[in-house]
Ligand binder design. Structure first.
Ligand code: ZN
Ligand code: ZN
Length: 328
C-alpha cells in the first residue's frame, strides 16, 4: 500500500510503499476512502506533541470500508462503512476505563500518533474504536466528523445544558460543526476569529453565528460559556472576561501556547476553566446519531494522498475554509 509517513518531526512526510497491514485479534483492516487533516496532525508533525511512535502514519479522521476482519470481531462485516477517531485504544482496566471515562485512560493509544493512521490506502484499527457511519453524507464530508466533530461535540456538552449564548474562539473545522449543532439546539453562537480575519467571520455568520468579530473584542452581550479551539493561551483570559458569573470556558485543543497570568477577578464569580481531552465511545455514538439528523454539513477541500504535505501547509498557513481531506 501507499502511505505518507512521518519519520522525524519537523521533516516533510515521505510517500512510501508499505506492506499491507493485517489485523490481529479484535482488529479490522479498513480500506481508507478519506482521511481528514486535523490541527493535531500538525502538532504531531511539528513535534509539539512528543510521544509519537516513529515512524508513524498520521491521520485520525478516517472513513473507509472494512476489508478484512480479525479473529473474534463481532458486529461488523466486510464492506461496512466505518469511521475511526483519535482515541484508537484504551486499556479497559484502569480507573478511568472502568468508569466510562476511557478518554482519560492511563495507557491509551492514539490513531496517527502511536497507532498508524489514515494517511494511507489501508489501515488497521481496534474494532472497539470503529464506528458505523450512516449515510447519506459522502466519505470526504464525513471525515471531519471523526475528530473535529467529536471533540467539538464533547466541548459543547461541557459548555453546559443551560448555555444559551455560546462563544467560539477560532472558527475552523471543529467550530463550523459546533455552530451547526448549537443552532439546531436553538443556542446563539458568537464567533471570535484572529483580528481582521473577515473571511472566517463571514464563514461563521454563514454557518449560523449571530455575531462574529475579532478575538480581542467584547461580544455585544455576556456569554454563558465559551469554547476555545485556537491553540492560543491568551484567549483564555479573553474568554473569561466575556463569560458571565458561573460561566464556563472550555479549552478544546490538545495543545495550547502558555496562558498568561490574569487578575483573579475575571475568574471570580464561580467561573470555570476546563479542558476537553479526547473522546469516549459514548460521545462517538451520540454524535454520530445526531449529526445525520441535523444534518451536519462540512465544507471540505480535497487533496490527493501524496499531497499530504501541501494539505498540512494549507492548514498551518490558515489558507483553508473548512477542513482539508486526503483521498487515497
Ligand atoms: Zn484505561
Ligand atoms: Zn484531531
Amino acid at each position: 500500500m501507499k502511505a505518507m509517513v512521518l519519520e522525524k518531526p519537523g521533516q516533510p512526510l515521505q510517500l512510501l510503499e508499505r506492506p499491507d497491514p493485517l489485523p490481529g485479534p479484535g482488529q479490522v483492516q479498513v480500506a481508507v476512502s478519506a482521511c481528514g487533516v486535523c490541527r493535531t496532525d500538525l502538532h504531531v508533525v511539528d513535534g509539539d506533541l512528543s510521544e509519537a511512535r516513529l515512524p508513524i502514519i498520521p491521520g485520525h479522521e478516517i472513513v473507509g470500508t472494512i476489508s478484512v476482519l480479525g479473529e473474534g470481531v463481532a458486529g461488523f462485516k466486510i464492506g461496512d462503512r466505518v469511521g475511526i477517531p483519535w482515541l484508537g485504544y484504551s486499556c479497559g482496566c484502569c480507573r478511568y476505563c472502568t468508569s466510562g471515562a476511557e478518554n482519560l485512560c492511563d495507557e491509551p493509544g492514539f490513531t496517527g500518533y502511536q497507532i498508524d493512521g489514515g494517511y494511507a490506502e489501508l489501515t488497521v484499527a481496534d474494532a472497539r474504536y470503529c464506528f458505523a457511519l450512516p449515510g447519506p453524507q459522502g466519505d470526504a464530508e464525513s471525515a471531519p466528523w471523526l475528530c473535529a466533530g467529536l471533540i467539538g461535540y464533547r466541548s459543547l456538552v461541557m459548555a453546559g445544558e443551560d448555555c444559551q449564548r455560546l462563544g467560539i474562539y477560532g472558527f475552523g473545522a471543529a467550530a463550523h460543526i459546533v455552530a451547526q449543532i448549537a443552532r439546531h439546539q436553538q443556542r446563539e453562537v458568537y464567533a471570535f476569529t484572529s483580528p481582521g480575519d473577515t473571511a472566517a467571520q463571514a464563514f461563521a455568520l454563514e454557518m449560523g453565528a449571530v455575531w462574529a468579530g475579532d478575538s480581542h473584542q467584547q461580544p455585544p452581550c455576556e456569554l454563558d460559556a465559551a469554547i476555545i479551539f485556537a491553540p492560543v493561551g491568551p484567549l483564555v483570559p479573553a474568554a473569561l472576561s466575556a463569560v458571565r458569573k458561573g460561566g464556563i470556558v472550555v479549552c478544546g485543543g490538545i495543545h495550547m501556547s502558555d496562558i498568561p497570568s490574569f487578575p483573579y477577578h475575571i475568574l471570580w464569580g464561580e467561573r470555570v476553566i476546563r479542558s476537553v481531552a479526547n473522546l469516549t465511545r459514548q460521545d462517538a455514538l451520540d454524535f454520530l446519531a445526531l449529526a445525520p439528523q441535523i444534518p451536519v454539513v462540512t465544507r471540505v477541500e480535497e487533496f490527493p494522498l501524496d499531497q499530504a504535505n501541501e494539505a498540512l501547509h494549507a492548514l498551518r498557513s490558515g489558507n483553508l475554509t473548512g477542513a482539508a481531506v486526503l483521498r487515497p
